[in-house]
Design a protein around this ligand. Structure first.
Ligand SMILES: [Zn+2]
Length: 280
């Protein structure tokens, strides 16, 4: 009974640490993450790294020999990922890193996640001022710290997210809010390779291996030409969308799918139902 039924898919779950509307499961991804980790523990589902998922995807069955597993990813990389912060309306918030450490301390289970950060300091500054409260909560000081701590690895979530609140984005016509419009060599170089360069420079030269598309969107040029054709230059080994299905070996490595908390489940019973579908 070591290998259970589910040996053919691994769901990857995505959380956003800036999703803090109140302190309920549905209104706060920190509350949801803590609850989901407890549920996974109770169900005997292990948390593995994105590198583990990639190794399995490329043929290493050792990852799934111990039974069903999931991987965790965090998008956008605000300080709420790694720093405990007093939220202006919702009070003290345990960071995602703290939630994972608490879970580890309580259960002894290993838990790990990849946090997909936005590279451009200018874009993060505008995001902090315009979509948070302008208290410098979108920094990069914690990137090397969390990476060396063993609970988190750093992935890349583009140069500027082509975010709607950012004035100038690396898109040929400055089109914002639609990452599928990043479709030229120059734009891809900035949004992928140079974003990776910037992150690597802050991590002692270690390049991020995983890339998550902003808004889950991508252009055909990026996934069919740029990512596979220039891998030796950008250094990424896989890219992640937000298509709501588990990873199988039939997927393309440049469009691997992920479920998103809040969109694909918003309550403990919905989380149970989702995993019930994935792990029949
Ligand atoms: Zn994002």
């Amino acid at each position: 009974m070591a290998t259970r039924r589910l040996n053919v898919t691994i769901p990857v779950l995505t959380y956003h640490s800036t999703n803090i509307v109140d302190n309920t499961y549905a209104g706060n991804d920190h509350v949801a993450l803590a609850s989901d980790l407890e549920a996974l523990h109770a169900w005997g589902v292990r948390v593995v790294s994105l590198d583990d998922v990639a190794a399995w995807y490329h043929g290493d069955d050792a990852i799934i020999a111990g039974g069903p597993c999931v991987a965790l990813t965090f998008d956008d990389g605000s300080d709420f990922d790694a720093v405990d912060i007093e939220h202006p309306t919702c009070g003290p918030q345990r960071s995602f890193l703290g939630v994972m450490k608490d879970h580890h301390d309580r259960t002894g289970r290993s838990v790990t996640a990849t946090t997909f950060v936005i590279a451009s300091p200018g874009a993060r500054r505008q995001l902090d001022e315009r979509s948070l409260v302008g208290r410098d909560w979108w920094g990069e000081h914690w990137w090397p710290e969390v990476r060396s701590g063993g609970f988190m690895s750093i992935g890349c979530h583009s140069w500027d997210h082509v975010h709607t609140v950012v004035d100038e984005v690396a898109q040929a016509e400055n089109v914002r809010g639609d990452f599928s419009r990043v479709a030229t060599l120059a734009d891809c170089e900035q949004q992928v390779r140079e974003a990776g360069d910037y992150i690597a420079a802050r991590l002692g030269g270690s390049r991020p291996a995983h890339y998550a598309f902003p808004y889950g969107q991508f252009s055909a040029y990026m996934v069919e030409e740029y990512l596979p054709g220039r891998q030796s230059s950008h250094g990424f080994s896989a890219a992640w969308t937000t298509a709501p299905r588990p990873v199988t070996r039939a997927e393309s490595r440049w469009t691997l799918p992920r479920f998103v908390c809040g969109r694909d489940w918003g309550a403990p019973d919905q989380f149970r139902a989702l995993l019930g579908r994935v792990f029949p």
